[in-house]
Design a protein around this ligand. Structure first.
Ligand code: ADE
Length: 240
């Protein structure tokens, strides 16, 4: 898989070298390209934004640098992801879908967004997804692009021996939040590990974990609970 990032803040992507994606790149599963959008400007000030037609607060990203950037970076078969608070909400299902793509180009908007004609044009030359990380507004799309990257890269086949752990996890349809987890020591700060986890009774442990997962989901994310979720054997959403 190849991932390209178009941004006016290329430094945001330095962590790609450090974390999961860095390991994937080192193992040859993944290639990255980070591109400063301003390299496609032609004025002395390297201008990427201008005032909005129709008035209103803030600035809009100009179409010309984006047009040149996309012409250079997008290839047949690419998927272009515009990270924007007005996109479809990112979730595990979308991460799984993006993990099947050969080439994803992240277009990271700033200010009040990118001139709509850029997105309309991109739709004519590539698959386009407009993706929001959640119902809140960030200063720009870079952090969202990093979050999407990490969620996608860890799903790549052959990455981090994921086969076993991915069977149990799922924020996919019907998932529950993960049950609480414990490790050694048995007593810490006067607090005990739940006795059932020390019992060696695998059936009882599985039942306890499931009850905890259902309780947590009901308390924190009741929107995830629907009748099929409560069928036995629903996947549990793991935190890590
Ligand atoms: N850019 C600004 N806010 C965002 C959000 N919530 N998701 C994705 N990109 C964004």
């Amino acid at each position: 898989m190849r991932l390209d990032y178009l941004t006016i803040f290329p430094d945001f992507f330095a962590p790609l070298e450090l974390s999961l994606p860095g390991k994937a790149a080192a193992s040859g599963l993944l290639e990255f390209g980070v591109h400063d959008l301003r390299q496609w400007t032609h004025d002395r000030h390297r201008t990427v934004d201008d005032t909005p037609y129709g008035g209103g607060a803030g600035m809009v990203m100009k179409p010309e640098p984006w047009g040149e950037a996309l012409a250079q970076v997008v290839a047949p078969g690419s998927t272009v992801v515009f990270t924007t608070p007005s996109g479809e909400r990112f979730d595990q299902r979308l991460a799984e879908e993006l993990a099947t793509r050969e080439h994803v180009v992240f277009a990271c908007g700033r200010y009040e967004g990118i001139d709509q004609r850029v997105i309309d044009h991109a739709r004519e030359v590539a698959e386009v997804r407009e993706i929001s990380l959640g119902d809140y507004v960030l200063n720009g799309g870079e952090v969202a692009a990093l979050a999407v990257t990490e969620a996608v890269v860890r799903l790549l086949p052959g990455f981090m021996g994921n086969a076993a752990s991915l069977v149990e996890e799922s924020h996919a349809e019907g998932g529950l939040l993960e049950y609480p987890v414990y490790t050694k020591p048995r007593t810490w700060d006067g607090r005990e590990v739940p006795a059932v986890l020390l019992s060696g009774d695998h059936g009882a442990i599985a039942r306890w974990r499931r009850e905890q997962a259902v309780r947590r989901t009901a308390e924190r994310r009741p929107d995830l609970l629907h009748p099929s979720t409560l069928d036995d054997g629903s996947p549990i959403v793991r935190a890590t």
